[in-house]
Design a protein around this ligand. Sequence first.
Ligand code: NAD
Length: 313
Amino acid sequence: QNTKKISIVGSGLIGQNWSMIFAGAGYNVCLFDVDPAQLERAKSNISSTLQRYEKDGLMRGTGTAVEQSTRVSTSTSLEECLRSTFYVQECVPENLELKTKVFAQIDNVIGDDVIVASSSSCLVASSFTEKCNHRDHMLVAHPINPPYFIPLVEMVPAPWTKPEVMATTRTLMEEIGQSPVSLKRECPGFALNRLQYACINEAWNMYQSGLLSAEDIDKVCYDGLGPRYAFIGPLETMHLNADGIVDYCKRYAEGAVDVQNKTFKPIPTLYDVPTAEKIQAEYNTTIPLDKIQNKRQWRDNRLAALAKLKKEM
Ligand code: NAD
């Protein structure tokens, strides 16, 4: 077991996931939250979730579920949570004032070598670390839900984040079994959402023009692009679909650009509610609003099975 200490600030959904991931990799984890009752719930959730994953053969890392759970402690004092730590993962709600306040509090307590990463989904590190003394040790490390089963972490530096801090965090993420990517600079939407928005935009436009049903658009992804993208990305797809990507461009770029120039619509200015209502009416038979929770559980179970399969390959 690794005796180094990791601090997690905020014990909601994402804080609990990071705790389980770090504990699985053998780290001692200390979890802090401003809400003591939430901290209790988090501790018991972590313990029951790990036991469920162990029973289902989905648990990551070393040791039993009970051993991994005992690596996670909680504290109602931020100072105690941060004492002797070397890495802090912030997981408080996505709110600029709150993140600014919490980073200032962490900044006041930590030493010069500690790395502080935010789980922020949208806010960039420069917006809430500018005034911190240790801002060159601060960055965004954005996980994807559910992080226990989707390994990607988008690492995004502020202009003042030291390259060594990015490098150390990347190594740490790899060591704990996550899959980090390093953006060279801040960029709205980071990388995953930028790709996801492009996909949603065309899905929206195809639906709106009556080209195919919502169910069939989803199927194009989960039975078409999705299985491929679970193993190779869009650029590698180009490389493999011809004799290399240069050959692909020579053979197919004209056609691809033509389709887009002649038939792609502009980005939808709004995902308009009337269209959303029509799509929802379609989902009313398959995923009515009162079944969304069940479907989320179904999704997470399948993501867990896929993660296990990919590990075994
Ligand atoms: P959450 O609401 O489940 O948990 C947030 C926790 O922070 C709560 O337990 C709350 O009590 C605690 N908190 C509030 N103020 C605090 C403070 N001052 N100090 C310490 N703790 C405090 O939120 P979440 O879904 O876990 O999201 C946390 C972060 O992770 C956000 O930035 C979010 O954008 C990001 N994120 C979320 C997801 C997701 O799908 N939920 C995915 C990736 C990243």
